[in-house]
Design a protein around this ligand. Structure first.
Ligand code: NAD
Length: 244
């Protein structure tokens, strides 16, 4: 007798956002798991998805979405330009709620979207790898709280059977980006093109959104005790694009 294969249930926290939606789209395209979204707002309709609207800072909201999942992918974070306390509340307090909820509900796999900003404060980084220490002084509260959230997530690896991993994208670009290219275009349209930082040989690493999304899916699929990725953080780059 063939044993009936139970479909996995994946929750994408922040699944209505730029990166989160790209992860959701790939999961749906693969078609082999059930997909749920937790977000502040529901920005689109899709009958294949179970939507949970709520705020990460409210534990009961988080519990309602996390309960019963096989994999939780936590991509949510406030946009740039808000007051410092919002980043502390959501990136630290909200992430703590996600971890505690995963442990309380017996979830085994948690993938956290971190940021390369956790190790970067303006210094030159060439061929940097994950052995770099966290910044002692961060660029701003956003980056500081992303690091704080990452530390909490990685420290939770092994708690009651929960395995955790952090993905650290650099700048993410691609369709539906609301902050990167659109900000550059706006500056260009306003004629703000005369600003040069340094000697004009600065490079910045950008990653295509579908590659960043794919990294999260691979991490969720491989998050087993034997893979050795539990408790680790990984930078994401475009070196070997999977999608063109
Ligand atoms: P985004 O703003 O497009 O999406 C974030 C989503 O999270 C939104 O849908 C928002 O409604 C939701 N959210 C925010 N606060 C919430 C809360 N309190 N409760 C529930 N949902 C909440 O952002 P993005 O660009 O897709 O970024 C996704 C992740 O990637 C973030 O963790 C960010 O720190 C990280 N990241 C982004 C970049 C980049 O260039 N965009 C670079 C490095 C890391």
């Amino acid at each position: 007798d063939k044993q009936k294969h139970k479909r996995e249930s994946w929750l994408v926290i922040g699944g209505c956002g730029f990166l989160g939606k790209a992860i959701v789209d790939q999961l749906l395209q693969n078609g082999d798991v059930d997909v749920c979204i937790f977000d502040l707002r529901q920005s689109f309709k899709d009958d294949r998805i179970s939507f949970f609207t709520g705020d990460l800072t409210r534990r009961s909201d988080v519990d309602a979405a996390v309960r019963g999942r096989d994999v939780v992918v936590h991509t949510a974070s406030p946009p740039h330009g808000l007051k410092a306390q919002v980043y502390v509340d959501v990136n630290v307090g909200g992430t703590r709620n996600v971890i505690d909820s995963c442990v309380a509900n017996g979830i085994k796999r948690l993938v956290y979207t971190s940021s390369a900003g956790v190790v970067f404060n303006g210094q030159s980084l060439v061929n940097a790898d994950e052995s770099l220490p966290y910044c002692t002084k961060h660029m701003d509260t956003y980056n500081e709280t992303k690091a704080e959230g990452e530390k909490l997530v990685l420290a939770a690896n092994g708690r009651d059977g929960l395995l955790t991993v952090a993905i650290r994208p650099t700048g993410i670009i691609g369709p539906r980006d609301m902050q990167g290219i659109s900000t550059m275009l706006k500056a260009a349209k306003e004629g703000k093109t005369g600003v040069k930082i340094g000697v004009n040989d600065s490079l910045m690493d950008y990653t295509y959104v579908d590659n960043a999304a794919y990294a999260h899916i691979l991490a969720g699929q491989r998050l087993h005790a034997s893979s050795g990725i539990g408790g680790e953080a990984f930078f994401i780059t475009n070196d070997s694009p999977i999608f063109s």
